[in-house]
Design a protein around this ligand. Sequence first.
Ligand SMILES: Nc1ncnc2c1ncn2[C@@H]1O[C@H](COP(=O)(O)OP(=O)(O)O)[C@@H](O)[C@H]1O
Ligand SMILES: [Mg+2]
Length: 378
Amino acid sequence: MIAICPFCRTRHDVPDTDPTSGLTCASCHRRFAARRQPATAASEATPSLMRIERPHGVFDRPLVVARQATALAATAETAPLPEPPEEAEAPFLAEPDAAEERAAKAALSAIRRQIAAAAPAPRPAAEPDSPTTRRLGVMLSKGGVGKTTTAVNLAAALAKAGKRTLIIDADTQGQAAYALGLTPPCGLAELVDGTASPDKALFPARDNLWLLAGGKALAGLKRLITRKDFGGERTLADALAFLDARFDVVVVDCAPGWDALSVNVLFYVGELLVPVALEAMSLQGFSEFLQSFAAVSRYRPQLRLSYIVPTFLDKRVRGPAALHEELAALYPDTICPAIRYNAKLSEAPAAGQTIFEFAPRSPGAQDYAALAARVAQG
Ligand SMILES: Nc1ncnc2c1ncn2[C@@H]1O[C@H](COP(=O)(O)OP(=O)(O)O)[C@@H](O)[C@H]1O
Ligand SMILES: [Mg+2]
């Protein structure tokens, strides 16, 4: 039988012999139960998976996606989905296995403890760094949770709504430029070390949208920060303060992990938006992030954890839907409308387009428009 990984949608040919044992996904290495769940009223009402699935997973290599995206872009949003080829047996969407559920519960308990530990000391409201410009960091130390996707599409939506918006890519992977179909000659590193002027480094991306690109040059910037005798953590904040006169919103796409540049971003931005993929490892990453946030907050009382954005929501799968509810109960004020799993979001970067350009009527475009509306409210 053919099972689809509930996390990354890779198909697996599961031997019929031992339906009770779990499987490790060959693509994303997460565990899922390899047995077909008994049908429920809700799942019976769900349209056939064969119509919903795309022929690749979330983590496919860009070249593969590029070829598929070119073919799909021609028909995207205009033609009905083609009929699936005949298959001996319909695939089924597997459920996260018991170990994954236990790990998710443990991570939620850790988050609950951190919330309880942080609660008793309400902080006095601190003056924001900039009265005119919102500086928003999209951050979580775990990779693959949707940070770049969120930074790019949120910034694009805010720009479309008329806000002068800047994306700062603080990741050596430099994927924000790729997702926007741009190849800027320089960016953040060159602006901060003084080898490029603002007019050269601030690359026009769309109407009302500019990019300060990331990439490998950021390794040099990290060295520059760590070599400073004192005040290294304020390097970005000092170098980028002048941007407030030019932009209404600055969205920083952060790298996974935790280093001198992450700390610098926390000393530059005033608000944090944390995308949390609805699975155990991402929740563990969120729990660790809360510790770092608490540590930095002592020196940065202006910093607010303003938005928690659940990503990769798939209501057809029990695990993510349940985690979404738990997270919403823990953070009733900061939780945002969830971003659903949507293959169009993973296809758009290879076409160098935002989701609003690539598939404007897709669930991904609807979800990011709703998120931007929430962020615009303040
Ligand atoms: N809601 C979603 N549905 C489907 N694919 C997604 C979604 N969000 C992100 N992706 C894809 O998942 C992968 C990881 O997302 P990305 O934004 O690069 O994460 P991060 O920046 O946190 O590492 C990318 O291939 C992206 O296109
Ligand atoms: Mg990224």
